[in-house]
Write a protein that binds this ligand. Sequence first.
Ligand code: NOJ
Length: 813
Amino acid sequence: MKYGYFDHDNREYVIDRIDVPVSWTNYIGVKDMCGVFNHTAGGYLFYKSPEFHRITRFRPNGVPMDRPGHYVYVRDDETGEYWTLSWQPVGIDLKKAKYVCRHGLSYIKYQCEYSGIWGEQTLFIPLDDPVEVWNVALRNDSGRRRKLSVFAYVEFSFHHIQIDNQNFQMSLYASGSSYKDGIIELDLFYEENGFQFFTANNAADDAGGFDCLRDTFIGPYRTETNPIAVERGACTGSFELGGNHCGALRQCVELESGEEARLVFLLGEGNRQAGKKMREKYCANGFSAVDLSFKALGNFWKEKLDKLQISTPSAGMNAMINTWTLYQAEINVIFSRFASFIEVGGRTGLGYRDTSQDAMMVQHSNPEKSRSRLVELLKGLTTEGYGLHLFSPEWFEKRTEPSFKSPTVVPLPPKSQRVHGINDACADDALWLIPSIVEYIRETGDFGFADEKYAYADTFDPDTGEGEKETVYDHMKRILDFSARETGPHGICKGLRADWNDCLNLGGGESAMVSFLHHWALVHFCALGRRLGRDVAAYEKMAANIRETCERELWNGSWYTRGFTSSGRAIGSPDCKEGRVFMESNTWAVLSGAVSHEHGRAAMDAVDQFLYTPYGLKLCDPAYSEPDDEVGFVTRVYKGLKENAAIFSHPNPWAWAAEAVLGRGEQAMKFFDALCPYNQNDKIETRKAEPYMYCQFIAGPDHSAFGRAHHPFMTGSAGWSYFAATRFMLGIRPDFDNLIVDPCIPASWPSFTVRRVWRGAIYNITVENPQGVSKGVKECRLNGQSVICNDKGAQIPVQSVGSENLVTVVINT
Ligand code: NOJ
């Protein structure tokens, strides 16, 4: 069953059957202000922090679902009938109305045809201003003159999520609203400069034109479905010092037959003065600033996406890589994980492992943000060499004291809570940072980054802004040394609080995944060290030791064991009744470069045999059915959900990449296709979730809802899908001095093309496959001249900034 389609030309996903079974969300904003909204305009807006600077409210896990939102009501003033431009909250009978939602890149269009009136509400945030623009268009298709009242409505938050949800003594009596000069101002009096504004192109001329009090606008015993003000056709001009506030503005519109009207509403950061400036900017000259900033937003995304465009025989891969997967990966980097309809902003900060991985995925399209994330992570590293599992970058910036102690001053936790000990450290967290840094240097050529100095988290004093500083290169050494130190009886890295798998809590037990990751990090580090002319002999020896230990201790004759509990029991091995085969140890055995080709093939065969489903690869098999605290929380999650044998999306691309390393293009594609959301567009009765986004997991075969996808958008799955598909399957990889082309594709693909921008030059790459093979670059021409090809692929030297280059690559036996 389908609810919509991909509009490739406009880069939109179009929902033309609006009664989708669950919320299909999208994000607006690309900098400091962000809105998370679903297909019926439910959702919320925040500035910088979804936890501490919430602008509008959202009632998570509520009924009716996804309320409140940013709504536009239209009322026919002759009949009194009213509806919303998004289907909800009024929820007009769909037999009488046509609703469409277009999810675009950082904008959403809600379109409606009802009662002879066509209407559209576009939500977006301009690149340079902290203001949400509502661009509303109406057209009278009814063939007669119409009198309409249009109401725009939002419910304001008290900024802090906690204050919004508990003990309202402070907030209820210390927040006020007022209306003047056509601008609603919310004043959070308990906060220094705590103001929001809501305004429109047409200032209301009477009390009927606005309400600032939520309960007055909605009315007692009513909801957003039937606000009394809309029903009546007029607001009452309410405002007050104290209470729950809203922004409600009415504009009256009279339309001749065929006539169109355009209305603009602005919801923003700052006080009435700021609102006035924004209105002057966006509502003058026929709304030209609205149009220009919408266009600039389009160019912003086009420029990013143009850095890498592909044309392959796979429609799913083309759609996901050319638009949706990069978009999802970028949103994860910009707004880091904790603002969605599932994670509703009550817990924020940077997850060390997630951010380290996220920052590796968009370095070609967002090098500045990737770099600043890397720096934040370097500052969140301890001298011991482990990263702070969840931290706020602000903790490691010089602190300025607020002038008064408002309840909404963001607290600086005491040092003991900012910097946790080893018992709370995850074994993998900081290891991800090393490849991320090295890939950043490969992408940008910013070799000087390795020698920049940053302070360690446990030495940092927020009052002075100083701490013990070392180079980025030294930070990496400390991370590698930590993992070398923290090993267990088999010589494998300890699992500690968790490794990548949050729910595998091995403590002093051992994790194969971490040892393999350690090796992968070493491979990256040594390559960088050699390129910089440093002595890396000690780390090469460390890597050799890991290879030997892993083959000796983890190869169980059939695949790679996942680890050992603290009492020495093997997990993920053939003797286990439950949790016999795991994805992480087998994919990472191959990706790490630590194991033989022969064992790698066998390990990936086991992945196919035991973990493959038509919706992607399960994380492990069989699922755990009994709590076992030596293994961890995974044994207390229901079978087929999350880490307990669900199709966990994030590690699926590891399998595509591992198969590409092994040279098995068919297998890589089979796994890619199974998980690909695009391929599930017509299976929404099963999938339920958005077909344009990867979700954290899909319920596995052990669960009654096998195939249902959960937790969309904010997941590292997108970044890894992008990385695995472009760098391993299509094989376009920057190195320190060359762009490498080394694809591994299905033998049936006759050719494919990639346009890649690298260090300011364009490479138009065509890969030809005349003999129907999967891998093996035999010939490469750069602008007609042949270039070196070796067993690592074609080695294309850096070309001059601004040049456009033609690259042809032939793969052959
Ligand atoms: C989601 C967490 O954000 C991520 O850090 C973790 O690796 C996966 N779950 C797997 O447990």
